[in-house]
Design a protein around this ligand. Sequence first.
Ligand code: NAD
Length: 313
Amino acid sequence: MKILVTGAAGFIGSHTAERLAEMGHEVIGLDNFSAYYDIFLKELNAKELLKKNIEVLKLDLRTDDLAEKLPNDIDYIFHFAAHPGISSTSTFEDYFSNNILATQRLLEFTDNLKKKPFFVNIATSSIYGLEATFPESVPPQPASWYGVTKLAAEQLVLAKCREKKLQGTSLRLFSVYGPRERPDKLYTRLIDCGLNNKLFPLFEGSEKHLRSFTYVQDIVDGIVSVIGKVNVCNGEIFNLGTETESTTAQGIATVEEILQKKIETENKSPRAGDQSRTKANIDKARKLLGYNPQTTLKEGLLAQMEWFKTYFP
Ligand SMILES: NC(=O)c1ccc[n+]([C@@H]2O[C@H](COP(=O)([O-])OP(=O)(O)OC[C@H]3O[C@@H](n4cnc5c(N)ncnc54)[C@H](O)[C@@H]3O)[C@@H](O)[C@H]2O)c1
């Protein structure tokens, strides 16, 4: 199969691109190497992919002529490119343009293709809102620009499916961690602070937040499981994540246990739109995709620790 992966230089996109290549697919990566976080990390990921013969084309979904730059016989699109997370330094324009406009441009690219690819939209538990514990059928109540714009992107994809102009699915991922995790996220920060004796910025009250912390390879298992299941997945939404809940405090304690040292914290004001609880309800994915994530938090964090020490000694 010929597969386009957008956001391929990023955290989850790069792992998925590698997995798809390992499965024997021809993978074309695309990324605009946005400066949302250190571009060096994205270049590092792209270099790793190149070693596996996956090229990441430097293209911006919002502005580049995709029809001119991309092949017209793609079988699947895995759409990861986005402005992720909730960040006080990001503008509404960042979320609007990279999440909504970029998705719309990608869909317009598929409009003009004779052979239609199956479109796998990568969505997020933030779509549910401050509590994300529900099955896919529950009406979304996003509480952040991120959640709102990702919901809009998801609906743009599903609207095309309803119009029967495209076949596709949307996968809502829950709190992903592991090697290459974004530097703005919990575990990369904790590991960096622990190893380099920095103060960890703890958002007030966040130690009690509950999360379905999901190891990246378990997420990739779910993402690639849609291949060959077009009839089951078309027009559908699936939650992907572990059913095991941990508090942020438990996450911190696990990193401390691995490092065998205490991580000092500094208090920060709570983040607007931060979810109080996420617990992936994966009944649908288990039934229809055979999804069954198994990696424990400690196992996943040991792998992430090894990655961090290798690349940032
Ligand atoms: N990391 C998580 O825990 C998590 C959880 C739920 C959902 N998701 C979703 O997974 C996807 C990947 O997230 P990630 O954590 O790997 O983030 P990431 O920032 O590492 O990856 C996103 C990539 O998209 C690229 N990109 C952004 N705008 C672009 C544009 N206009 N054109 C081309 N490329 C563009 C960025 O340069 C980046 O490399 C996102 O859609 C995100 O919403 C992530």
